[in-house]
Design a protein. Structure first.
Length: 368
């Protein structure tokens, strides 16, 4: 793992201690029964983390959608981070990024048949999704980024941990990036180490396994990201792999994500000159940002230039009223998908399918 990415602000330890006491007390109130956790009579899978920043929640949620959608009516419930609305909203074909947030919008675009909903109050959101008059035939629910929302007692908790920022090496906010103490990992039935290098050695697997000290009932998996073919953001057109880009082409990389390092490493494998323009996670592009993008792009050699961006950034850019027409034909989206290492995919899939089948309110499931 890359320990250089784990930066600890030791001078903030006293503040982290106070924060830690508050988090501990909140969790204990649930353990003591002063705060009530609610269970629901359909399968609820929570995908989350205990760190601030990207661990790959959306790609892993999309993996579960692909796995479950052929046999179930899947609903996804997110808080809709940085949306301009409040309360429960069920997305439809007319929903906008501003109404539901960038990641929910991305998932609804890619999987139009799912029930995509947003609500900061997850209990209320689940209640709405369970009402047939509001959302008919919801078979199971995926909770996106709800590991700390303890008012919901999910039937299955999946905890994601970034390989490059192991929780055992991190500290509580604000000195580090932990939302809660690493012992919170024991609330998860499944732990996934994400963003792993594809060439991990058997020794590295053992070291991480020993380092985490998980209980016997917990399952540990390792995943990496595979990058798909570039596709034009506008006007359709052919898709092609990154490796087919001519070496003379200059690439302007635009990314407003928490951890752009894996993306940079992927593009670094090409022989192209990379010019990066990074923004904060879930960045709300302004008119000035659009002007900056156009200026940066126009500085690149004419006829030998292109823009590459992430799926999450693409959904915020495509409907932006100030995105210059001059750059639209040159913008390409680079999708990512989750791949399991060590041949763990079948075991993971089967465990998810078994849980949903055993806890489903219907019997439409058929074994693959």
């Amino acid at each position: 793992m890359n320990k250089s990415l784990i930066k600890i602000n030791k001078w903030l330890y006293p503040v982290s201690w106070i924060y830690g006491v508050g988090v501990w007390l909140r969790n204990q109130l649930f353990e003591w029964g002063y705060h009530q956790e609610r269970s629901f009579d359909l399968p609820v899978i929570c995908i989350g983390n205990i760190t601030v920043g990207g661990t790959g929640k959306t790609p892993h949620t999309e993996y579960l959608i692909r796995l479950l959608q052929p046999n179930y009516q899947v609903a996804v419930l997110s808080r809709g981070y940085k949306r301009k609305t409040k309360g429960f909203i069920l997305a439809d074909e007319y929903s906008t990024v501003q109404e539901i947030g960038d990641e929910p919008f991305q998932m609804k675009m890619k999987f139009p048949k799912i029930h995509m909903a947003v609500d900061a109050d997850r209990c209320n959101g689940i209640e709405q999704l369970c009402r047939n008059q509001v959302v008919p035939e919801t078979d199971m629910i995926l909770l996106d980024d709800a590991f700390q929302h303890r008012y919901v007692k999910a039937g299955l908790n999946i905890l994601l941990i970034d390989y490059n920022r192991m929780i055992t090496e991190d500290k509580l906010l604000p000195a580090g990036r932990l939302r809660e103490h690493e012992s919170a990992k024991y609330r998860a039935q499944i732990v996934i180490i994400t963003k792993c290098p594809k060439n991990m050695t058997p020794m590295e697997y053992r070291v991480i396994n020993n380092q985490l000290e998980l209980h016997a009932f917990q399952q540990l998996y390792f995943t990496t990201f595979d990058y798909g073919k570039l596709r034009p953001l506008f006007n359709g057109g052919r898709e092609y792999p990154i490796k087919s880009i001519h070496p003379s082409v200059h690439i302007l990389l635009i990314a407003g994500i928490a951890s752009p390092e894996p993306l940079m490493e992927e593009l670094a494998q090409t022989k192209n000159t990379i010019h990066s323009l990074f923004f904060s996670d879930h960045h709300d592009f302004s008119m000035r940002d659009m002007e900056t993008i156009e200026q940066k792009f126009q500085q690149l050699p004419e006829g030998k230039r292109m823009i590459i961006t992430t799926e999450k950034d693409a959904v915020r850019m495509m409907a932006h009223p100030h995105l210059p027409d001059s750059v639209k034909p040159y913008i390409y989206v680079l999708p990512i998908e989750v791949t399991f290492l060590q041949g763990q995919q079948h075991m993971f899939n089967q465990n998810i399918l078994d849980y949903v089948r055993k806890n489903s309110r219907n019997s439409r499931f058929s074994e693959e």
